[in-house]
Design a protein around this ligand. Sequence first.
Ligand SMILES: Nc1ncnc2c1ncn2[C@@H]1O[C@H](COP(=O)(O)OP(=O)(O)OP(=O)(O)O)[C@@H](O)[C@H]1O
Length: 227
Amino acid sequence: MLTLRALNGGYGQAAVVRDVNTEIGDGEIVALVGRNGMGKTTLLRTIFGLADRQGGEITFDGRPVPPKRPDVLARWGASLMPEDRGVFPALTVEENLTLATRKSFRPVVDPREVFPLLTERRRQLAGTLSGGQKQQLGIARALLAGQRLIVVDELTQGLQPSIVRDVVDALGQVAATGVAVLVVDQHPDQALDWCHRVLVMESGRLALDAPIGIDTRQRCHELLMLR
Ligand SMILES: Nc1ncnc2c1ncn2[C@@H]1O[C@H](COP(=O)(O)OP(=O)(O)OP(=O)(O)O)[C@@H](O)[C@H]1O
C-alpha cells in the first residue's frame, strides 16, 4: 500500500532522511523507532509532503504521491497525527472530530468509545485540554480520517498506561480490517510487544526493517542501546 523508494528528505538544503526503502502492507502495524534526532519525524513529514522531498519516490496503493501535496494523501485515506498533535486549539473537541470525519467512511472502532472523555468535553475548546487529553483528541482524529493508513508520531506521549492499552487495542482492531498503521513510539520496548514489524532509524537511514522476532528484539536493543 505505501512504498518508499530511495527516499531522501529534509528541510531546504539540510538533508535528514537518506535513502529510505520500505513498504507497508494492508493491515500491517509498523513501529518506527530510533534515538532522539535520528529523523523519525522528518521521515513522516516527508511522506506527507510537510518536509522537502529531496529525492526518491512514494507510492500509495500503486499511485505516485506528488511531493508537497499533503492534500493528496489525505484524499486517498491516509491520516497523520503529527508530534504536536495537530488539533485546532480554537475549535471545540466536537468540531475537531467533525472536521476529521469523512463522508463515506466510518471506522470500525468508534473513537468516542475509545476516549469517553471526548464526549464529556465535547464543548470545550481543544486549546484548553491538557496534553494527554489533546493526545486522545489527536489520535481520535487520526482514527476518523485513516481509511487506508493511520500514522501517529509519538503515540503514547502523555497517555496513562490504561489508555495506551485501549489505543493499542483500537489500532489492532482497525488494522484487522486492512488499514495499515505506522507509529513512532518513545517506548520502543513496548511497541515491540504489539507491532508486527519494526523500522529502526539511525542518522536518517533505516538501520533495521524486520518482522518482530527474538533476533529482531535483540538487534533493536543493540541499536537503541536499551540494555
Ligand atoms: N525544521 C527543521 N529544519 C532543519 N532541521 C531540522 C528541522 N526539524 C528537525 N531538524 C533536524 O532534523 C534531524 C532529525 O530530527 P527529527 O525530529 O526528524 O528526529 P526524530 O528522530 O523524530 O527525533 P525526536 O525523537 O527527538 O523527535 C535533527 O538533527 C533535527 O535537528
